[in-house]
Design a protein around this ligand. Structure first.
Ligand code: TXA
Ligand code: MG
Length: 328
């Protein structure tokens, strides 16, 4: 399989064997996880990982998450302590990624971990992802299946729009359920929230019995020493300007709304409401798809209403702040 050929899209039913064969041959396979669609490659095959970086146009310093079928498989690539074991047992399979020390015999290629001594590991819950991981039997690195810097894909059509001709296979499992990427926790001396995501911070802190710390701001901003480079300022990027905490809508703006109450000017423009009921879970699931639609529409810019910063709201606001960073 070569880059530049057409990308095949197949339905999820019975796709696991085809996906596993493609991965085995060094291919790139997009598949649904419960958070967003991932672009998978054989984590142990440096050539396949290199193709993956190339297909995404991704800076090579940005390390990838290794996806495995269960905790036992995770323990073959990473070292767990009491705390990380408790988190894995409480939340896997699910939208949680743990950054851990690499296991001694870790077969994941150094290119995938960008040469770090740590590795990000996740056990996805989506049944299609599970089937593929079981059929393949080895760790699969999978960043979100979009061109680097674009909004993460929540349906197969988003993947095709970004990566047609650049990857080998897309497994279409319909819309994902969570809609924002996994929460990333660094299991260091003090557990650290490296990226807010689909698992609310509060749930993690309850299981740990302690607060998660945040990495220092400068670590997040320094491109040469990424702690979780997904935290680089401008990452989730629509093309249009994005204005947060809008209390009204200007004439040339479309509106990304939240909740039952509308703001002034909303009746005169294109409005997409993340959740009329004010439900943050529904809002997370709609976020990236709605951003894409408003970005494709006729307005000059996108105004966004205020979204509460609790539960999944923390991840939603994190992604929106990145979307709003001015770009040249
Ligand atoms: O929900 C998700 O996590 C999705 C699905 C497909 O599983 N994947 C995803 O991958 O969001 P990606 O590559 O878009 O984001 C991975 C993040 C990046 O911010 C990366 O820098 C961070 O994980 N990361 C990976 N390895 C790391 C490490 N050893 N230390 C710190 N951060 C790491
Ligand atoms: Mg991504």
């Amino acid at each position: 399989m070569k880059l530049g050929l057409n990308t095949a899209v197949i339905s999820a039913a019975g796709a696991a064997d085809a996906a596993a064969r493609c991965l085995e041959g060094g291919g790139l396979v997009a598949f649904p996880t419960e958070t967003v669609y991932g672009l998978g490659a054989d984590a142990t095959n440096a050539r396949a990982v290199a193709r993956l970086y190339e297909a995404k146009g991704r800076p090579a310093f940005n390390p990838l998450i290794a996806h495995v079928r269960d905790l036992e498989a995770a323990q073959r690539i990473a070292r767990f302590d009491d705390r990380s074991l408790r988190l894995a047992e409480a939340f896997w399979p699910g939208p949680l990624t743990l950054v851990l020390s690499k296991a001694n015999e870790c077969p994941v290629s150094d290119l995938a971990t960008a040469g770090l001594e740590t590795i990000a590991v996740r056990v996805p819950a989506h049944p299609v992802a599970q089937e593929i991981l079981r059929a393949f039997g080895k760790p699969v690195v999978a960043p979100s299946a979009n061109i680097s810097g674009h909004v993460s894909p929540t349906i197969a059509a988003h993947v095709l729009g970004d990566l047609d001709g650049r990857i080998d296979l897309i497994v279409d499992g319909g819309p994902v359920s969570v809609g924002v990427e996994s929460t990333i926790v660094g299991c260091f001396e003090t557990p650290m929230l490296l990226r807010p995501g689909g698992l609310p911070r509060e749930d993690i802190e309850r299981v740990l019995g302690e607060k998660l710390s945040r990495p220092p701001e400068e670590a997040a901003a320094d491109e040469s020493h990424p702690l979780a480079p997904g935290m680089l300022a401008s990452h989730y990027a629509p093309r249009k300007a994005v204005r947060l905490n809008a209390r009204d809508v200007k004439a040339d703006e479309a509106l990304l709304a939240f909740g039952p109450r509308m703001i002034s000017g909303a009746d005169k423009t294109h409005v997409m409401n993340l959740s009329e009921a004010g439900d943050l879970v529904e809002a997370a699931a709609n976020l990236f798809g709605y951003l894409r639609e408003l970005d494709a529409g006729g307005s000059r810019a996108i105004a966004v209403m205020t979204i509460p910063d609790e539960g999944l709201g923390e991840a939603i606001n994190d992604r929106l702040r990145r979307a709003a960073v001015p770009r040249s």
